[in-house]
Design a protein around this ligand. Structure first.
Ligand SMILES: Nc1ncnc2c1ncn2[C@@H]1O[C@H](COP(=O)(O)OP(=O)(O)OP(=O)(O)O)[C@@H](O)[C@H]1O
Length: 778
């Protein structure tokens, strides 16, 4: 080729290049404008109020008029798009925006498709860079880098996932130390007939309670108690401790001479920490006493009408089951309660009863019982015996025998007089067929991860029954409303594949009315599938049949509470699973559990989120088909998680009421977070929480203002502050850690008089005395 020709050609090429560049510029400009509109529409969608799904397309629709109107408004506020701007400077801007973006949603600079894809790459790279800089790559789990095809290059509408998946702390591998998990055999081959019980009692066990062979703890405890000894009993959750004390009490009472009369009053007193547990024990005694109609069981618990309880006490209750607070209430206010005949005192879940707030009540009860001077048998029971228990044992028992069901078989059951209960408290026993898991989830992703897990279990699997433990009553209420609104939504008519089961949510916490609590307890006991969102009020003793999963959405305050929570499943030899949610900063809790011989296996957050692929309601904006790459799959999962989170946020921000509920729930969560004991503060410290990320887990786009000050305020004072200006002006009372724990406990275990104001107590006392006077004169 000659240089001339070459030159001409060069010139021709140069001219063509100019024309091409101009045309390209126009096309790019138009294309960019269209894309901005599309992107803005997406942003509008993210921040707008929740809208109903379009059943045909299964998308969140946004009318063109809305898009344009919003676009116009947005364009006034936003930086004007400048097509002339060099891509390098635009990239700088984008990077700055990306760096500034923490948890505040800021107006975004519009970007061209290629810039958006670059930005996505940059954001991902930045995140991965941060991660890898801090941690060795082998230990760090990150989402795979996106393939270019997922970045909008195929014209897929773009979903902004960055705020949910960006700037999260890294997730190190869980290294659960190997432990020698202690095992207890649940059943023995021995039958109840061998115990020389009343034949009607044995028949009742067979026919009414449907039990034939004894469990290990029953085999050891029943004969010991029948021999008249005091006992401290520890055996794993769901091993039959209730019958272990119920059978000897009934056997003893039915054989009493002269025959028991109602007018004898209480002969056995059973103290349990929660109302539901009181109800459960009462129902068990009702069944056991069926053939012995002259012995009357009765229950007293907070939330019930005192007047009715008094009337029943006056008529006579022989086996009295009560929560500590309500019994103290009656001891102080009801003249007709007399303990002169009491022969048995049972403290079920004794260590919990001893928890802050109940020790005083227990002292009042013990003093009232001791005043009669009658010989009495005392029994303390729990799956976990703690230090406080030895103190109680020493003041309330005579030479107690400690029963500890240990590894192997019934032969290894130990009965050692005077054994110090705390010697047994280092390693806890969990049911052998319980599969324990832990998942490490950054705060921001907590909400979608829980939702994905619930959908996976209760929507796409058969006959699953879940209990989800949450740290505060307000958070339970909030999640119930949110999940009911978003997860229970009617599925698309176009996809019938995975939409058979509907989700049934229940809730249980200490701020509910008693009738409601009882109703929920009964309903959830009987249901075949459902999700119970609850506080620790349901952690102890409750025997809810066929629970398949325990989810600890907020970590427990101790290893002891962990054991009791997971103990709501895998009961009496059945199978069950548990899942503990931890944030990366809370991972050391795994070691705390390992110190008590509890070992967990890891479940991956990504695997849980991947369950969203089964739910077409949350699908991303592009066309998804299963033949695409693993990275595309990962991206689709992220998009679905973002769609779900967006739905949550839209719901929360739709009106002031839902916004306040979310803020209140976040506040109570933070308040609960301050109540971890000092021994665990290095793991669960309020300072290690990222408030913005925590806010996201309550569907809030920002951390509300003034959170820090409100979480140190006494919640009990909040009502007072509304009463008058003077009170509101007073600086909030700073509480000690102990007071804060105590407040929390009272709200969870409200048992009648706890937590009431002094004036209210006074009024009730006066009313009680009046009633008493009336009834004695009548
Ligand atoms: N010998 C038995 N055979 C079969 N089932 C039994 C037997 N004893 C008790 N059960 C059943 O086992 C379940 C668990 O019993 P229970 O609630 O007494 O356990 P627990 O040890 O008190 O548990 P937790 O420590 O959680 O309070 C109950 O449904 C009970 O009816």
């Amino acid at each position: 080729m000659s240089p001339r020709c070459g030159g001409r050609r060069k010139n021709t090429c140069g001219t063509s290049l100019h024309i091409f560049t101009a045309v390209y510029g126009v096309i790019t400009g138009v294309y960019s404008l269209l894309t901005i509109m599309a992107e803005d529409a997406l942003m509008i969608n993210i921040s707008s109020a929740p809208e109903k799904f379009n059943k045909k397309t299964n998308r969140r629709p946004l009318s063109t008029a809305e898009k344009w109107a919003q676009k116009k408004r947005e364009s006034k506020r936003k930086t004007v798009f400048e097509p002339q701007e060099s891509s390098a400077s635009k990239q700088r801007k984008i990077n700055q925006t990306g760096q500034q973006h923490t948890h505040k949603q800021k107006p975004q600079t519009p970007r061209s498709p290629s810039q958006r894809s670059n930005n996505r790459d940059t954001e991902e790279n930045a995140d991965q860079g941060e991660n890898s800089a801090a941690k060795s790559p082998s230990k760090v789990k990150t989402f795979p880098k996106k393939a270019p095809e997922e970045h909008g290059d195929h014209g897929r509408p773009f979903i902004k996932t960055s705020s949910l998946f960006r700037n999260n702390p890294e997730i190190p591998d869980v290294l659960s130390p190997a432990v020698n998990q202690v095992k207890e055999k649940v059943f023995t081959s021995n039958m109840f007939e061998e115990l020389n019980l009343h034949p009607h009692l044995v028949a009742t066990l067979h026919k009414v309670l449907n039990v034939t062979s004894m469990t290990s703890v029953q085999k050891k405890t029943i004969p010991l108690l029948l021999s008249g000894k005091d006992a401290v009993v520890r055996s794993q959750t769901g091993s039959g401790k209730t019958l272990a004390y119920g059978i000897p009490v009934v056997q003893f009472l039915q054989g009493m001479q002269p025959k028991v009369k109602r007018s004898d009053g209480p002969l056995a007193v059973v103290i349990v920490p929660t109302r539901e547990l009181a109800l459960q024990s009462f129902q068990m005694f009702q069944k056991l006493l069926k053939p012995f109609t002259w012995i009357v069981p009765g229950v007293l618990m907070g939330g019930e009408k005192r007047k009715a309880e008094k009337a029943r006490l006056r008529k006579g209750i022989n086996v009295l089951i009560s929560t500590p607070g309500r019994l103290v209430d009656h001891i102080k206010n009801t003249l007709s309660i007399a303990f002169s005949a009491v022969r048995w005192l049972i403290l079920d879940e004794a260590d919990r009863t001893l928890d802050l707030g109940f020790e005083k009540d227990l002292t009042v009860i013990l003093n009232a019982l001791n005043a009669t001077g009658l010989a009495r048998q005392n029994v303390l029971l729990s799956a976990t015996l703690t230090e406080g228990l030895s103190r109680l044992a020493s003041i309330s028992m005579k030479e107690p025998v400690t029963i500890h069901v240990s590894e192997g078989s019934e032969e290894t059951v130990e009965a050692c007089p005077q054994a110090a209960p705390q010697a047994l408290s280092d390693s806890y026993v969990v049911p052998e067929r319980l599969q324990q898991h832990v998942v490490v989830v950054p705060s921001k992703l907590h909400l979608v991860c829980l939702a994905a897990f619930i959908l996976a279990k209760c929507k796409f699997e058969q006959r699953q029954k879940l209990i989800v433990f949450i740290s505060s009553c307000e958070a339970v209420e909030f999640l119930l409303t949110l999940f009911t609104a978003i997860l229970c939504e009617k599925p698309s008519t176009t996809s019938t594949k995975h939409t058979s089961a509907s989700l049934n949510f229940y809730r249980l916490h200490g701020n509910m009315r008693q009738e409601e609590r009882t109703e929920v307890f009964q309903e959830f006991s009987q249901c075949k599938t459902g999700i119970l969102l609850c506080t620790d009020v349901a952690a102890r003793g409750l025997d809810l049949p066929q629970v398949t999963w325990i989810v600890q959405y907020n970590p427990p305050v101790s290893a002891v509470e962990y054991v009791h929570r997971v103990g709501r499943t895998a009961r009496i030899g059945a199978q069950g699973s548990s899942l503990l949610f931890l944030t990366p900063s809370e991972m050391a809790f795994v070691d705390v559990l390992a110190n008590h011989n509890i070992s967990l296996s890891e479940m991956k957050m990504e695997d849980i989120l991947a369950n969203l692929m089964k739910d077409e309601r949350f699908k991303g904006r592009g066309k998804w088909d299963s033949k695409r790459s693993a990275a595309a799959f990962e991206q689709e999962v992220r998009e679905r998680a973002t769609v779900l989170q967006t739905d949550f946020e839209n719901y929360v921000h739709a009106n002031n009421e839902s916004l306040q509920t979310a803020k209140c729930a976040l506040q109570s969560f933070l308040r609960a977070y301050t109540t971890y004991p000092s021994s665990l503060k290095h793991i669960f410290h309020i300072r290690s929480l990222h408030l913005g990320h925590a806010a996201k887990s309550f569907g809030l786009r920002d951390a509300p203002q003034g959170l820090g000050s409100s979480i140190t305020t006494n919640p009990a004072n909040s009502k007072d502050s509304k009463k008058g200006k003077d009170k509101a002006k007073r600086p909030p009372k700073k509480l000690t850690a102990k007071e804060r724990v105590s407040n929390l406990m009272r709200s969870e275990y409200l048992s009648g008089i706890d937590g009431e104001s002094k004036s209210k107590k006074k009024r009730k006392k006066k009313k009680g005395q009046e009633e008493e006077e009336q009834s004695t004169t009548a």
